[in-house]
Design a protein around this ligand. Structure first.
Ligand SMILES: [Zn+2]
Length: 196
């Protein structure tokens, strides 16, 4: 029912937008060059609550240095991750600034994972790893975000009246339960939490 399969070899020979031509530096140890790239992310970087979405501009400041073994790449990555606060679900945008350094060898071996190919270095996997590792697992809109009211689901930051003094912070309530369960004095008011 389907049409012919896509022609795979086209994909193999296509370089990523993060591929940089280093022909002028190959075999000339001591020489270096700096280059800036502004590339929209072809696909999302990261899968968590915040991620760099496809199409988001990714800026690279790259230093390319010719050494005996290959091309030493030092790069600063600048972009923005979008997503939501892990506590109150508000939409947030986080600046992402990460650096990496990697040697692209003329001969890939045990110590050299990345190679110079066709006079190019492809920074795409390094950009991806650096960005994804920098993304927070528990992003927050602000460090003291109070989250959602457990009963109404409203944002406590928008409805301070819901955060009445007698209400327990759910995080501390969990801790209190833990303390009570490890308390061996089973006689002292086990139902204290439920009285009111
Ligand atoms: Zn929040």
């Amino acid at each position: 029912m389907r049409g012919p399969a896509p022609v795979r070899w086209v994909l193999v020979t296509t370089r990523t937008p993060f591929s940089v031509n280093v022909r002028d530096l190959v075999g000339k140890p001591g020489e270096y060059r700096e280059v800036e790239l502004d590339v929209p992310a072809a696909e999302a970087l990261g899968e968590g609550l915040v991620a760099v979405r496809a199409g988001t501009e990714v800026r690279l400041d790259v230093r390319l240095e010719s050494v005996h073994e290959g091309i030493l790449v030092t790069a600063e990555v600048d972009t923005t991750a979008d997503g939501e606060c892990g506590r109150c679900l508000r939409e947030i945008a986080l600046p992402v600034e990460v650096e990496f350094q990697e040697l692209f060898g003329y001969h890939v071996g045990e110590a050299i994972e990345y190679g110079v190919q066709d006079d190019h270095v492809d920074l795409e996997p390094l950009v991806r790893d650096a960005v994804v590792l920098s993304l927070p697992f528990q992003p927050v809109c602000r460090p003291d975000c109070p989250g959602l009211d457990p009963e109404t689901g409203l944002r406590l930051a928008d409805h301070p009246e819901l955060a009445a003094p007698e209400q327990h912070d759910p995080r501390w309530a969990a801790l209190a339960g833990f303390t009570a369960s490890t308390d061996e004095g089973s006689g002292d008011e086990p139902d204290a939490d439920h009285r009111k």
